[in-house]
Design a protein around this ligand. Sequence first.
Ligand SMILES: [Zn+2]
Length: 315
Amino acid sequence: MELTNTPICRLCGRGPLRARLSFSGAAGSLTGEFRLVSCDNCGTWQVNPHPGPKLAQSYFNRPELWAKTLDPEGRPVSLLERSQGRAQEYRIYAQAMTPFLPERGLLLDIGAGTGLMLSLLPDNRPKLAVEPNPVAAEAARERGLEVSREWAENLTFPKVPIGAIILNQTLDHLPRPDLFLSRALSWLSPGGLTLITGLINPLSLPARVYGPRHRLWSPWHQIYPPLAAVTGLLKAQGLEILEVWRPYFVTPFGGPWNLTRASLKILATLIRRPRPGAVSPPWPGNVYSLLARKNLLLQPLKVPSPQAAPLASQY
Ligand SMILES: [Zn+2]
């Protein structure tokens, strides 16, 4: 498959990029092999060369992605069944968002999956689930949600007031998260919220201990931004950070028993006795989520076109 080489950082628009890890024939990969580089400016690790929109869309559009896929240990899982297991985590996000939601404006979930997150928000505002995958989109429709099967990079919202943009495990799957985020934040009404979840911390303990065998490296996780890179970028675009989470105990992978087992596993790896082929365990701080609010005084930015709005030009 053909990959795209982007010479600048796909979060901050700068660089330079430094080679970190390379992989070949990774399980579940349509790209066969991929490399990770990191940005000297903001510290974001990223896949480069990387899947472009065409390749990413063919991967995420497959019906079997939601019906049957492989987890990092190579076991088959159903994302449709697993998504319900995230309800406890999503409820925490919904409870944090609800008191801050503007009185008006569309609640927009981009990469909405089965629509679970959107369904937990108040019903007294219009909602739109953007979900291209046919199986996930059907599940969202069955919840009674309005669904658009458009791809994130093709979306436009010229005049609709938008009260919240949810990027629930979405941003790091996009080929150009930098371009997309600067456009999406420009749609947000003053006082509007953005919830960004599931970002992978490249500096977590398991990432450092396991190196190339960290469970979350994948050509389909396109960027791995440290928290400071994301908060800095959001603040530069006129947003204030309301809350940051490191979800673990509320996820299907967490809990005291799993934490004990994971601690022993990491300890064994540190003293160089890992099981052959073992990947890093789920761990608090592997991923993080954040809620931010657009400054009430800011008017939506006028962005002429997606390609004409690289992030660096807005610094
Ligand atoms: Zn960067």
